[in-house]
Design a protein around this ligand. Structure first.
Ligand SMILES: Nc1ncnc2c1ncn2[C@@H]1O[C@H](COP(=O)(O)OP(=O)(O)OP(=O)(O)O)[C@@H](O)[C@H]1O
Ligand SMILES: [Mg+2]
Length: 253
């Protein structure tokens, strides 16, 4: 598929000083994250550190109590804190949620159609369905199978394909590796890397699996207790970081 370089580069997500929480629970504190068009950025952190909360803030599903969340497209800045989740989808942001959140009693194809529920996305439904089936042939073979009867790996593919049905430019993927065998984790991560190329996507991926995430990431952040503990400009910088060595690489630093 032809991808316009201009389109990819003309997008950036800027998160500055973001606080968010649930009542008395402070889940994010002063978070600064930047994602430039065409990049794959890893948001790394173990359980309960705020990865999903940050994803939900970007989608407008959790409202921050402080800070800026701005998506710039073609030079125009959009304040995501003021937009509904539906409007954020229309801007070209899609979330592959943690735990996949499929409709188990609906077929593969019906689940995909639900990814295109917005008017903007419905216009491109046939093109996107063809692309989804080309990208994930197993979904085409199993288009009439109930989603809940698919294997974990197939369900993750379906969740990713469903997100692609809204023609996103920025894809948020929340812990794609959860619940999958090591081989499937590896295949799923590789697929996300391929998609970035073939669909011209910009990707922000939350992961606990450090070694898998850095296979496809250009840069990354480590989030600890709701704060960005490490912001690395490259994977090499990430690997060399003392906090990373201690948390993920078994080092004694
Ligand atoms: N709906 C909620 N109500 C109250 N507290 C919540 C809610 N969702 C998350 N939290 C809390 O916010 C903090 C951050 O949770 P979050 O789900 O963002 O972490 P995470 O990094 O995605 O973890 P995991 O890897 O387990 O998915 C945790 O302390 C969690 O208990
Ligand atoms: Mg989470």
């Amino acid at each position: 598929m032809h991808v316009s370089r201009r389109l990819i580069l003309a997008l950036s997500l800027s998160i500055e000083g973001l606080d968010a929480g649930y009542g008395a629970v402070k889940a994010l504190r002063g978070v600064n994250v930047h994602v430039e068009g065409g990049q794959t950025v890893a948001l790394l952190g173990t359980n309960g550190n705020g990865k999903s909360t940050l994803m939900k803030c970007i989608m407008g599903l959790v409202r921050p109590s402080r800070g800026r969340l701005s998506l710039t497209i073609e030079g125009k800045a959009h304040d995501l804190t003021k937009l509904s989740p539906e409007d954020i989808v229309d801007l070209g942001v899609a979330l592959v949620p943690e735990g996949r959140r499929l409709f188990p009693k609906l077929t593969v194809e019906e689940n995909l159609m639900l990814g295109a529920f917005r008017k903007v996305a419905r216009r491109a439904i046939h093109r996107n369905l063809t692309q989804a089936f080309d990208t994930f042939p197993v979904l085409k073979e199993r288009r009439t199978q109930l989603a809940g009867t698919m294997s974990g790996g197939q369900q993750q593919m379906l969740a990713i394909a469903r997100a692609l049905m809204s023609s996103p430019r920025l894809l948020l993927v929340d812990e794609p590796s959860v619940g999958l065998s090591p081989l499937l984790v590896s295949q799923t991560i590789a697929k996300i890397g391929e998609l970035k190329q073939s669909f011209g996507l910009t990707v922000l991926m939350a992961e606990q699996n450090f070694n898998q995430a850095i296979r496809i990431a250009d840069r990354g952040y480590i989030i600890v207790h709701g704060e960005i503990a490490v912001a690395a400009g490259s994977v090499d910088e990430l690997k060399a970081n003392d906090i990373v060595k201690r948390l993920y690489l078994g080092g004694t630093a």
